[in-house]
Design a protein around this ligand. Structure first.
Ligand code: FAD
Ligand code: UDP
Length: 377
């Protein structure tokens, strides 16, 4: 008899498993229907021996010291600040160029052949920005800041590919993830902590889960675990609609197909990721792992991301009708006895890894208040 069945060995499930086992002495069974731990953060050596991320590049960044300190119990870190270029057609030369995204001072000066200063570019952007009364959608956020030309160049095509929706149909929070800058800061993220687990994510998860009281079964789904094991409580980190048998209909999730390639040369890209916003290009971005992991290797591996309707659910789709449908599932989840819903799929939130860790740690605090530890029985 397990005290907990944890469905999903990603960040949500693994962080909670470790807390429950080590802080309460509970007996925990962690299952995942995939053949491995670490959820979407899973990394492994490919055939050439290059460390790659099976589900696309995962770059760790957070402003939360608590989250960073917590994960630091299970890994050392390699400092890494991600930089991204976008491949677009220059409106002045008609040539393909690679320029910094988030749009910054250098992006504007390069594209338009200008030499504006930080103060001047602010006025330049304001003159192009459209007046938007209420910023509601992912289109509003960008045209309200830099105007339609840059919006179309960098955001419209990329977003239409990634989500199969026009930015005007998506919540503002989606493109608001990518800021606009008037300085020359070309980092993708500005968080206080930016680092990669030194030995990779999977190694970090293995250490987290290697605790007395934790049993891990990969290649096993919830239906099978239910038949084979008994348990008192459940932590569910899969899609919330799946748990309830799609009672109110399917919650939309967006998927991706990954094309992993190893090249017989040392480097492939000028930076960790190159975005391809043009709508005619079927992929959205290509990433080269050695930039991100710091690995030295005579070959190099890259991953192309092709957005797709079919496949594993990777992205909840932030728009009002989906939020309304999720609310109905959330009400069922709140009423479900002895079951906690945690993580990106279970709470239908477009969360980064650190936010999921934070959510798992606060769920643990809630559990502490209402569930006596097994050792108290
Ligand atoms: P998951 O990692 O999805 O884990 C859930 C697990 O549950 C899965 O392994 C699944 O197999 C399992 N499961 C589901 N249903 C069942 C069932 N019925 N039975 C058994 N097992 C089940 N975040 C960042 O911070 N930085 C990044 O750079 C970044 N890049 C990303 C790139 C891509 C392409 C994607 C898709 C996501 C990225 N993220 C990034 C987000 C990050 O992947 C998530 O925030 C995080 O992995 C979510 O963890 P989770 O535990 O909620 O879910
Ligand atoms: N986006 C875009 N062009 C870019 C980068 C991002 O249009 O060059 C938009 C797009 O809608 C994307 C969203 O901003 O889905 C968030 O980008 P982010 O890089 O955070 O996406 P993730 O890494 O989560 O896939």
């Amino acid at each position: 008899m397990f005290d907990w069945l944890i469905v999903g060995a990603g960040f949500a499930g693994s962080v909670l498993a470790e807390r429950l086992a080590t802080q309460r002495g509970d007996k925990v069974l962690v299952i995942d229907r995939r053949e491995h731990i670490a959820g979407n953060a899973y990394d492994h050596l490919d055939e050439a021996g290059v460390l790659i991320h099976r589900y696309g590049p995962h770059i760790f960044h957070t402003n939360s010291e608590a989250v960073f300190n917590h994960l630091s119990k299970f890994t050392a870190w390699r400092p890494y600040e991600h930089r991204v270029l976008a491949e677009v057609i220059s409106p002045t030369t008609g040539q393909l160029v690679q320029v910094p995204i988030p749009i910054n001072l250098d992006t504007i000066n390069t594209l338009y052949g200008l030499s504006l200063t930080e103060a001047e570019v602010e006025g330049w952007m304001e003159a192009r920005a459209e007046k938007v009364d209420q910023i509601r959608t992912s289109e509003d956020v960008v045209v309200g800041k830099v105007g339609r030309e840059l919006y179309e160049m960098f955001f419209r095509g990329y977003t239409r590919k990634q989500w199969a929706l026009d930015p005007s149909e998506l919540d503002k929070s989606v493109t608001a993830r990518v800021p606009t800058r008037t300085n020359t800061d070309d980092r993708y993220f500005t968080d206080k902590f930016q680092a990669m687990p030194r030995d990779g994510y999977t190694a970090m998860f293995a250490r987290m889960l290697d605790q007395p009281g934790i049993t891990v079964r990969t290649g096993m789904d919830f239906a099978e675990a239910r038949k084979r094991f008994s348990f008192r409580r459940v932590i569910w980190t899969g899609p919330v609609d799946e748990y309830f048998g799609f009672r109110y209909g399917k919650l939309p999730y967006r998927s991706l197909k990954f094309r992993h390639e190893t090249l017989d040369r040392e480097w492939a890209l000028p930076t960790g990721t190159v975005n391809h916003p043009a709508e005619e290009t079927p992929f959205t971005r290509v990433s080269e792992y050695k930039w991100i992991t710091g690995q030295k290797h005579p070959k190099t591996s890259v991953t192309y991301e092709f957005p797709s309707a079919e496949g594993d659910p990777y992205y909840p789709i932030p728009r009002p009708e989906n939020a309304a449908l999720y609310k109905k599932y959330e009400a069922l989840a709140d009423a479900e006895q002895d079951t906690w819903f945690v993580g990106r799929l279970a709470t239908y939130r477009y969360y980064n890894m650190d936010q999921v860790v934070g959510q798992a740690l606060s769920t643990f605090e809630r559990i502490q208040k209402v569930v006596p530890p097994a050792s108290a029985n």
